[in-house]
Design a binder for this molecule. Sequence first.
Ligand code: UTP
Length: 278
Amino acid sequence: MIQKCLFPAAGYGTRFLPATKAMPKEMLPILTKPLIQYGVEEAMNAGCNVMAVITGRGKRAITDHFDISYELEHQIQNSSKEVLLQEIRHIIANCTFTYTRQNEMKGLGDAILKGNVLVGKQDPFAVILADDLCVNPDGDGVLRQMIDLYNKYRCCIVAIMEVPKDEIHKYGVIEGSVLEEDVFVVSNMVEKPDNESAPSNFAIIGRYILTPDIFTVLQKTKPGKNGELQITDALCEQAKKGMVLAYKFQGKRFDCGSVEGFVEATNYFFEKENATAP
Ligand code: UTP
C-alpha cells in the first residue's frame, strides 16, 4: 500500500509574478479551490492519507489551508456557506500533513531529497507536482492508475504524455520499449533536451511513484541541467541499474504553472460545474 504522497511546493512560481510575490503558486485557485487541494484530493482518491509537503519561505498559507480555522468555523456554523467547507473539512479529518522546508531552490531532485525526512527510508511513495492538474472524467485518477501499476511491477514509475515536437524542450523526456499497452521500460531519460535531439516525444509530467532507494541515488547525483539536482538524472541512473517504468496515463493534464494552462483548467472546471449545476 502506498500511503504517503510528497508535494514539492518550494518553487518561486516566477511565471505568475506578481501574484506569487507573497502567495504560494500552489494556492492559486481554479474556481474556488487552490491547486494543491486538487492534488491532495487526487492522492486521497488513490488511497494516500499522509501528505508530505516541501515548502519554502512565503508558503505559510499552505500550512494554514490544511488546518482548522476555528474563527471561520464559528462564523459560518449553521449558515448556507457551510457546504463550501465540506471538502476541506473531509481532507483535514482524514489526512495527516507534515512539512519541511527546502531552504534553497536547488531543483526538484533536491526538493524530493529533502522529503526523505518526511516519507522515511522504508516505503515507496507518490509525488505530485500540484501545478500539473490532472483529471480523468472517464475513470480512476492518474495517481490511482499509477499505484495500480506499481502494485503489479513494484518499481519507480513516471507519468508521461505525448507532446508536440516543438514543445519537448520544456520537459524531461524518456526513451524506452513497450512492456504492455501504455507502459514502457525506460532505457534513457533526458532533462529538457533540444527539440531536435529529444529521444522521443514522450514528456514526463508531475506524477511519480518512487521507491525509497531513490534517496541514495539522489545523494550521489551531481547537479545537472541549469545547475539543479534533477530527479530525471537520478531516475535515469535507476533505469540503467534496475527498472523504471513510464506510464502513458488515461486522462488530461493542465500545465497550471503556465498562465495559458491555468486559464485552460479554469475554463474546463467552469464548464464542468455549469454542466452539472441544477
Ligand atoms: P517549476 O519548474 O514549475 O518552477 O517547478 P517554479 O519555481 O514552481 O515556477 P516558475 O518556473 O518559476 O514559474 C516544478 C515543481 O517543482 C517544485 C515547484 O514548487 C513545482 O511544484 N520545485 C522546483 C521545488 O519544490 N523546488 C525546486 O528547487 C524546484
